[in-house]
Every structure is written in structure tokens, then in C-alpha cells.
Design a protein around this ligand. Sequence first.
Ligand SMILES: [Fe+2]
Ligand SMILES: [Fe+2]
Ligand SMILES: [Fe+2]
Length: 426
Amino acid sequence: MNEYTLSDGLRAVQRAFDLVDPRLKGHGEQAAFLMWRLLDRMGCSRARMVSLTTAALFHDMGAYKTDADHSLSEFELLHTASHCVYGYLYARFYSPFPSFAPVILYHHMGYLYKRYIDPSFLTDSLLLNLSDRISFVFLTQQNPDFSFLGALSGIEFDPKHVAAFLEADREEGLLQALKDGSYHEKLHAFWRETTLSRSEVMNYAQMLMYSIDFRSEQTVTHSISVMSLSKLLCGLLGLDHVDTSIVTASAMLHDIGKITTPVQILEKKGPLTEEEMAIMKRHASATYEILTELGFDNIALIASSHHEKLDGSGYPRGLKGDEIPFYSRVLAVADILSALIGERSYKGPMPKGQVTAILGAMANRNQLDPIVTSVALEHYDELITFSAEDCAQTMEDYLSIKSEYLRLMQQFEAIEEAQREAPIPV
Ligand SMILES: [Fe+2]
Ligand SMILES: [Fe+2]
Ligand SMILES: [Fe+2]
């Protein structure tokens, strides 16, 4: 693997998110840029700035889950609680910066209501609130008018932060950098100074993986199950540690392209129409597009070829026989096995006899690799137990996220109610 920097890792995740939802294009990076410049001027350490700018980049990620039908203005101004809570939970459970997750939770809590903010995150979340709003106004107004900064100072924003921003803008031209787009290169130059180890790159890959599984309950354990099935298959096939880690990383991200598939199609009960099937199939090339950015160890090609068939009837490229990387053939068996044993919106889990018959028939029809398939059939019970254990943990996390979501939403709604009834003096 070549040297990787934080800029590469964040670019890949950002690219995936941009494919899902163009509403937020540029917003996360603009907020991160402003946050960085303000923190830097306040003497913040580099390590802290790295974590906080990363949190700022993803501060609205909860909107991907909750607000598909709302415009940027709606979820940023009117229905804020849900995306704050989801973004917080996602960052806490699945991101490489869990300790900064509360900054996302409070990023729409104004200065006037600072008593509701955990004091250890007060400054950072108010700074994010300010950076967020400046970018929001910039992206949504034809001729952005920033006089709101003065008007909302002491109400929505900390007056010290507004003063710091105005000074920074005078000295560094922050708004001009947003306008001419130069903020982007400046921010990435800052992130490029942080190199990532292989395991840190995998943390970003994992964060990407959970972003698809997190979207739909139907898919919540699929990537984990394909990952554990492929890992065990690699061992049974005698692959060494390095090869196994390449297959496992590809398995983790094989369906990342599904981040572009509408949830209604992912969760549809009953068979897909021809048109829906065509949309669903696009996930394989989207996987390639996203992973090219992450681009190590050929995983873009391996992962995106998991629906190719030896007889050339697969997709996205219709590759045949040896044209399909061996690692992709391992993924293909693991993927089909996981789909057959798992529950889907349109079917329950299938019994062993039926699963093995389907896999065997596909190998006989020259669709699945015969060696990989026979190893899978021979060790069927072992594979199923191994994957069930891995999935149980993921499901447990998912369920605790769901209950935590409800608990926090109640708390936020109570605060919103109190704010409506009796605005609190500063
Ligand atoms: Fe937001
Ligand atoms: Fe935002
Ligand atoms: Fe797939």
C-alpha cells in the first residue's frame, strides 16, 4: 500500500456521500475549513484540529439517514434534532473520532441555550454551529448576506466567536476562499500532513461500510456476514495473511455502491421490476467508482466484480472465466451464501438443503468458481456459525443505536418544547 494521508481517506468517504446526496456537496468541507481556521487562530493543538475538522466534515451525515425528503434548508433550520442525534450516534459507534461525537450532537444548539450543552463540548459545538451557518448561507443564497452574524451574536453564536471570525476574514479572506473555491485545496493540504497507517485506513473503510448498512435494517449485517464468510473461506483455501486481508477489505466494501441505491428499492417487499433491478445493478459500478479513490491493493476491481459470473452472464463488465479475479470469486460465493441465509424484505432465511442445492447448481452452470463452492459446501456449518457470531455483535450495536436514538430524541424534543414556551435569558 502506498503512503496514505488523511486527505485520501476523507476524500473517499466524502465521494461516497456526495454520490448519495448532492444537497450537501461542499457543505462539510466548508464547515471544516472555517472551523480549522478559527481553531488554529485560537491556538488549538494539531491533533485536536484534525479530529474536530474531521467531525465538522461529517457533521450532517445524520441527514443521509433521516431527511431524504427534506431540503438542506429544512433539515438545517427546521427539523434539526433528528440529524444531530443520528450523526452523533454514527460518529460515536462507527467513526474513527468517537470522542468528538458530542460536538455533532450539539451543533444546532444556539448560544442562548448553552446550558443544555455538555460543558466539555461547549466551545467546539458553538464554533461548529457558526461555521455551519456561514457555509449554509453561502450555499443557499444567491448574494450571500452575512449581516446575520452581528444580529445573531449573543443569541445563536458566541460573541467571541463572531469577533474571531470577522477578524480572521479580514486578515485571511475566509469568505473569499469559499467564493473562489481555494478553501478546498487549503483544507486538504492541512489534512495531507497527517499520514494514516494501514489500520487507520481500514477504520475509514469500516466507517464507509457502516454508512450503507446503517441506511437500511435489511442490509445491517450483510457486509459483516460477507466479510466473515470470506475470511473463513480464505483460511480454508489456504490463502496467507496478506491475501486474506485484501479479500476481507474488499468484502467489507463490496456493496458500498449501494449507498447510491434508493432505500425504497433496498427495502422493497416483493420482486423488483426490470427498471428497479437495473438501478440496483448500478451499485457494482458505483462500488468501483468510490473505491478507486481509496485505491489500495486493487480492491476497487476485486470488490466491484462480486456479481461477475464465470460464464460471462454477470455484471457490471460481463467478465468471463480467468478475467474475474480469484478473490472476487471468493466474494461471489460469500455474497450469495450471505444473501441466502439472511433475511430480506422479500424472504426469510433459507434452509440448508435449499442453500447448498442453489450453490451447487450455480457452480455446475459455470457461474460460481467450482473450487471455492465445493470448499463452502464442505464446511457449510462452520461458515454459518462463524458468520452468525460476527453478525450478532453488529445487530446488538444496531439495536442499541436504535434505542439510544429514541431516548435522545425525547430529550431533544423536551428541550425544543421548553425553548418554545420560555426562551431562556443569556
Ligand atoms: Fe446540521
Ligand atoms: Fe450543516
Ligand atoms: Fe452486491
